[in-house]
Each structure stands twice: as C-alpha cells, then as structure tokens.
Design a protein around this ligand. Structure first.
Ligand code: SAH
Length: 347
C-alpha cells in the first residue's frame, strides 16, 4: 500500500521498522494530510536520514495537473490530472454560497455501462487508491490556495464498486488528523449497487448518499442503466429507505432528464409514487449530451413541468444549477478527448 493511503497506525508500523519513535507517525501524517506536502524535502521536523529512507521506499502519491479549464461565466474549474501510472482522471471545483465543493472520480473509467454517460464508454481501467481520491482534493486545494468544504464523489466511476478504497478515503478526508471535512459534507453517489448500499448503511457514517435513479420503472431503467437488470427498483428503494432509517439522512435521488425518454408527466407521477411518504429529495439534471450518443437534453418547459408535478405531490425537488456551463462537457469527456488526441498523435 502507498504511504498516503495508510492510517496513522499503519504508518507507525512502517516507522517502527525504520527504528523510529511512534510520535513520528503523526508528524508524517500531518505533513501529508494537513500541510499537503508533495515531497519529503518539505518535512522539516523529520530527520534527514529518515526523509531519504522514506523517499527511497515509499514514494508519495502526487497528481500532476495536465490542464485546468476555467469557466468564463463563474468560478468553476475543471481539472485533468495525471496519476503516477500515467492514467488521467477528471475532477471539478465549484463555488456555491455554502462554500467550495470538489467533485472527484473514484475509478479510471467505469464498468456500469449507463447509456448516457461518457465515463463508461471505454470500460473500467482500474480502481483509484485512497490516496488518489484524496490527492484530487489536495491538488485542487494547493492549486487554488483555499480550503475545500464539500466533497462529492460524483465524477467518473462507481464509488461502491471500489468499496474498500472509498471507505478508507471517506475516513481519511473526515479524520481530525487530516483535512477534517465533516462527514455530512461528503456525498457519495451510486448507480444502485444494492448490497453495497446496505453495507454502507451499516458503517456508522453520516455521509450523504445519492442514488442515480433516472427512471421510475424497471422497463425504462434497464434501457438506460444495465445495473437495473441486477437490482430491480423495489430492492433499490428498500435499500435506500434502510439507509435513510439507519443514518437519519434524507435520500437524494438523481434524475437526469433526457428529451422524450424519461421526462413525461406520466413518469413524473410514477416517480412521485415511489417516493411519497419517504425522506426523499430529487435532484433533476438536464442531461449533458455525449458525442457518442444521440440523447438530447429535455426542453426547459418540460424540466419545469416535471419539477412542478413532483412538487404538487409533496416531493422536494431541485434542478441542478448549471455551473461552468461553458466547460460543462459531460463527466469523462475531457479524459476521453485527451486519450483520443494522444492516440492521434501516435499515428
Ligand atoms: N457512478 C455514480 C457516480 C456517477 S456520476 C452514479 O451512478 O451515481 C454522477 C451523476 O451524473 C449520476 O447520477 C450519473 O448517472 C449522472 N450522469 C452521467 N452522465 C451524465 C450525463 N451525460 N448527463 C447528465 N447526468 C449524467
């Protein structure tokens, strides 16, 4: 395991083998996770010989910024980062009235196969390590010089398909010895891996869950999301309410609106029927068109009508505010275009 993915106890074991006292573990942890050091040279209160030994055997995971796209309309920044093994991932920094939010990727690519999503087009390459998830937050903090208040795991990848690393990441980013972001300010979005959602409910965490629903019946949902074949809506809803009950958190359901596909009044009514009487919130997302697919985003009047119908049934609804719409390529498109242009250069 790379040292930036280790707990303080695990680091203490490493240091003990190097003949170091236990208190050094906390110092090293703090350099990595509070000062956000990118090299051992910066760790001035560690003995030089120790820094050299660590640099030799435990290289620090650091992300390299490949590009940063700055919105001209607002403060949104979209980053493409290179991982130590050469793969690239995307992250986004957004400013809201309640602070700075960073949207991170949890995998390189994705194997869930949702038909409207660009991240899954090339399949899954690999899981991200805890340190690679942390580093997206750290690299953006270093780049901008301001604290990150909220983390949303809604970039490329299915976080619950990378369960153990996700959990280690959540524990570390909320740790009082690290950035100490409140658990409530961490949102994890899943396409609906039911057993993993139930497992997460039992972890004794207060992170905010989000379920990508996108259709209120299995027939339509199966066309959009292959995961619906494995976990039908009744099982998914049971798991969602179980989560809400265990954690006291309201469930957010994401619903990306695709013109003529899932945005009709009849479907809004059906959706309301699933949620009525439960602690639910719906986040409507006008779909981002992906070049390789021919989906169009719903007309504004249909989005508003869909919202109104849900509200009339007593459901709490928001429409995702469009930040950075000028750089708002759908998740995964920046990475895709980058990989394609590299291919073209090779020929
Ligand atoms: N795998 C997780 C996180 C994915 S991205 C999940 O499925 O929840 C976060 C949200 O964006 C998900 O709801 C996903 O379905 C949605 N999404 C993906 N591609 C989109 C697109 N082109 N337009 C609008 N929403 C999209």
């Amino acid at each position: 395991m790379d040292i930036k993915s280790m707990t303080i106890a695990q680091i203490a074991d490493v240091l003990r083998e190097l003949g170091q006292p236990a208190y050094r573990a906390k110092q090293l942890y703090s350099w990595m996770h509070v000062q956000l050091a990118t090299s051992y040279d910066e760790m001035s209160n560690l003995p030089k010989a120790l820094r050299e030994a660590l640099a030799e055997s435990y290289p620090l995971t650091v992300l390299t910024k490949v590009v940063r796209l700055d919105s001209r309309l607002d403060e949104t920044k979209k980053y493409l980062f290179r991982l130590p093994d050469g793969n690239v991932i995307e992250s986004v920094r957004m400013e809201y009235h309640h602070g700075v939010s960073v949207c991170i990727s949890s995998q390189v690519g994705c194997r869930m196969g949702c038909s409207f999503c660009a991240s899954t087009l090339g399949g899954l390459v690999r899981n991200l390590t805890p340190s690679e998830m942390l580093e997206q937050v750290y690299a953006i903090t270093r780049d901008m010089g301001t604290r990150v208040d909220n983390v949303v795991v809604m970039g490329s990848g299915e976080p619950l398909d990378n369960y153990d690393n996700l959990l280690a990441f959540v524990r570390m980013v909320t740790d009082e010895n690290g950035l100490h972001i409140s658990q409530r300010n961490i949102t994890v979005s899943t396409c609906g891996l039911v057993p993993m959602l139930r497992k997460l409910a039992d972890e004794d965490l207060t992170i905010t869950p989000a379920v990508s629903l996108h259709a209120p019946n299995d027939e339509l949902r199966k066309k959009l999301m292959p995961v619906a074949n494995a976990y039908p809506i009744p099982e998914l809803m049971d798991a969602a309410w179980y989560y809400a009950e265990k954690t006291g958190r309201r469930m957010t359901f994401e619903y990306s609106l695709i013109d003529g596909v899932n945005d009709t009044p009849a479907l809004a009514k059906q959706l309301a029927g699933l949620l009525r009487g439960h602690p639910a919130h719906v986040n409507l997302i006008p779909v981002n068109p992906v070049r390789e697919r021919n989906y169009r985003r719903s007309l504004v009047k249909n989005v508003l009508q869909f919202q109104k119908m849900l509200e009339n049934e007593g459901i709490h609804v928001t429409i995702r505010r469009e930040l950075g719409s000028d750089i708002d390529a759908a998740c995964g498109q920046l990475r895709r275009h980058y990989e394609e242009s590299k291919q073209e250069l090779k020929v």
